[in-house]
Design a protein around this ligand. Structure first.
Ligand code: CLF
Ligand code: SF4
Length: 298
């Protein structure tokens, strides 16, 4: 529980609704969808929807400029006093849109210093972004790590875009894994709390996630969040079209329990949208759409 953590960490998680199970009853988060592009392809993603590393596919966010995002944060903070954390989680990969993501963070660090900043990434460009992340008000980063074995990775990621080239297959997965692990280590060395998200894909990485959990814990990740793949055919993802099974609640819990032997597990994730607003499980995004924010006098 939060009480048993060292004081330095306790202070960082006390009001973060994702990093602390207790905090999620009292504190809200919001996301701003400033990051449309992505630099990899996940077989469980359809780019027409939000990044399913962190969020639920099936709904499209309105992409905001950094300026609109800041306005939205101020509007939400005024309306929802429990709003403690601002996250950037898509709709693509935040670190594949570094200008937009960092401009948003720069402005918020200056203009809303009481709001903690949070970011979720696939990790491909994480090592080159760590120094910049550390310059902002960021104590929490999420890296989605679905595998540590490139052979398994090749079944999840058909390609990555790397050094101006599209790279496919096992080589692509090898590079992605290497970058994720390097970025994870760099964040931990700088005292940032890291949550690892893993998408549970039955028959592909279900047993393997125990190894993922062991390795990320060894490196010093704070929390592991094993989330079920969402593979409904109507989302048009590769896995949706190939009839990939989703885990049952019992299968999900079995993997979470198996990982829990080594690791703090997150079990209250609600697989939010890239523009979610409010307490976890609550979505007040419709109150703060672009036309409504534009009309607000802030
Ligand atoms: Fe957002 Fe993610 Fe930060 Fe939380 S969500 S960027 S860590 S502020 Fe939270 Fe939502 Fe689950 Fe993400 S419940 S999908 S874990
Ligand atoms: Fe989709 Fe996110 Fe994967 Fe990019 S990282 S392909 S946006 S799920």
């Amino acid at each position: 529980s939060v009480q048993s953590l060292p004081e330095s960490i306790r202070a960082k998680v006390a009001d973060h609704p994702c990093f602390s199970e207790q905090a999620h009853h009292f504190f809200a988060r919001m996301h701003v969808a400033v990051a449309p592009a992505c630099n990899i392809q996940c077989n469980y993603c359809n780019r027409k929807y939000d990044c399913s590393n962190e969020s639920r596919p099936g709904v499209v966010s309105e992409v905001l400029t950094p300026q609109q995002a800041v306005k939205k944060v101020k509007a939400v903070a005024a309306a929802i006093p429990q709003m403690s954390v601002l996250g950037i989680a898509g709709p693509g990969d935040p670190l594949a849109n570094p200008q937009k993501t960092f401009e948003t963070f720069r402005r918020l660090t200056a203009e809303t210093p009481d709001i903690k900043l949070c970011v979720s990434t696939n990790g491909l460009t994480l090592p080159e972004c760590v120094d910049e992340l550390c310059q902002h008000n960021i104590d929490h980063v999420t890296v989605t790590i679905n595998c540590v074995d490139p052979e398994i990775g090749a079944k999840i990621y058909p390609w990555i875009f790397w050094n101006h080239k599209r790279i496919r297959g096992v080589e692509a997965a090898r590079i992605l894994i290497e970058q994720q692990q390097k970025g994870l280590q760099m964040l931990i060395d700088r005292g940032i709390l890291v949550k690892v998200n893993s998408v549970l894909i039955p028959g592909i990485n279900d047993q393997h996630l125990i190894e993922v959990s062991r390795i990320v814990k060894e490196k010093g990740a704070f929390l592991h969040n094993v989330m079920p793949i969402i593979a409904e055919p109507e989302h048009g993802t590769y896995f949706g079209l190939t009839g990939q099974a989703e885990p049952t609640p019992a299968e999900l819990q079995a993997v979470q329990d198996a990982c829990a032997g080594d690791m703090n597990m997150m079990r209250h994730c609600r697989q939010c949208r890239a523009d979610a607003v409010g307490l976890l499980g609550e979505d007040r995004g419709a109150e703060f759409t672009l036309d409504k924010i534009d009309a607000m006098e802030i």
